[in-house]
Design a protein around this ligand. Structure first.
Ligand SMILES: Cc1cc2nc3c(=O)[nH]c(=O)nc-3n(C[C@H](O)[C@H](O)[C@H](O)COP(=O)(O)O)c2cc1C
Length: 224
């Protein structure tokens, strides 16, 4: 696949075939992803590739705790609710997904089911839990570096015919993830990436999210 095709055609995938992903395929994707740049080449990331029973236990634990109303316990600092333009974009992608899935805004039950799918990591056969060295806590650059490798991961997966979605929901109940993914004490959980072969008949997989125009994003200086 050409670079432009990967970048322009990749979408978040939220419906998966149950087929397992061979270890060699994941190794190949990670081989590409670890070419991500990082501050002073520090490569502060660790990737915990979880499948099978441990992943099922994470799904179960997340679901139980969320249904029981256990507050989220992420290991990175979180903002409050998005506001203004950010909130509008957040609602726009949700509206696109719900419309495609035939979920009415008023249908609280189906909306909740959708949220619970996220907590189950969209039933993907693989979850890659991304962590960074705890010694770099309070160093925002380590978080920036993790973003770089995660972006490379989702694009590398796409280039190999797999789908992925970065899945903040999947690590919201961090003690569950920590236990079943066997995360060492000296690492902080950043996020996770659900991955697998895209289900062909899952309409949300066709949603193309919108982007701001280049001219809205860019401020050219010194070009005149
Ligand atoms: C840090 C981060 C966390 C995300 N968490 C979730 C999530 O919990 N659930 C979800 O459905 N999508 C999640 N996404 C995917 C975004 O919704 C998606 O990337 C965005 O809407 C753009 O769509 P695209 O990936 O199809 O281009 C996350 C993306 C990022 C970068």
């Amino acid at each position: 696949m050409k670079f432009d095709e990967v970048i322009m055609e990749r979408r978040s995938i939220r419906g998966y075939k149950s087929d397992p992903v061979p270890k060699d395929v994941i190794r190949d994707i990670v081989r590409l992803a670890i070419r991500a740049p990082s501050s002073m080449n520090t490569q502060p990331w660790h990737l915990h590739v979880v499948t099978g029973e441990p992943l099922d236990k994470i799904r179960e634990g997340n679901t139980e705790r969320n249904l029981a109303g256990v507050p989220a316990s992420r290991e990175i600092r979180m903002h409050g609710a998005y506001e203004g333009e950010h909130r509008k974009r957040q609602i726009a992608i949700a509206a696109q997904l719900f419309e495609t899935m035939g979920i009415e805004w008023s249908d609280k039950e189906r909306r909740r089911d959708w949220v619970m799918r996220g907590f189950r990591q969209f039933d993907a056969p693989v979850s890659i839990v991304v962590t960074f060295d705890k010694s770099l806590t309070n160093n925002d650059i380590a978080i920036f570096d993790c973003g770089a490798i995660v972006n490379c991961l989702v694009n590398a997966a796409w280039s190999r015919g797999l789908g992925a979605v970065i899945n903040g929901q999947g690590i919201m109940q961090s003690p569950v993830v920590r236990e079943h993914a066997q995360i060492p004490d000296d690492q902080t959980i950043m996020s996770c990436v659900a991955m697998g072969y895209p289900a062909e008949d899952f309409s949300a997989n066709d949603v193309v999210s919108r982007r701001r125009d280049v001219d809205e994003v860019v401020n050219f200086v010194g070009y005149e």
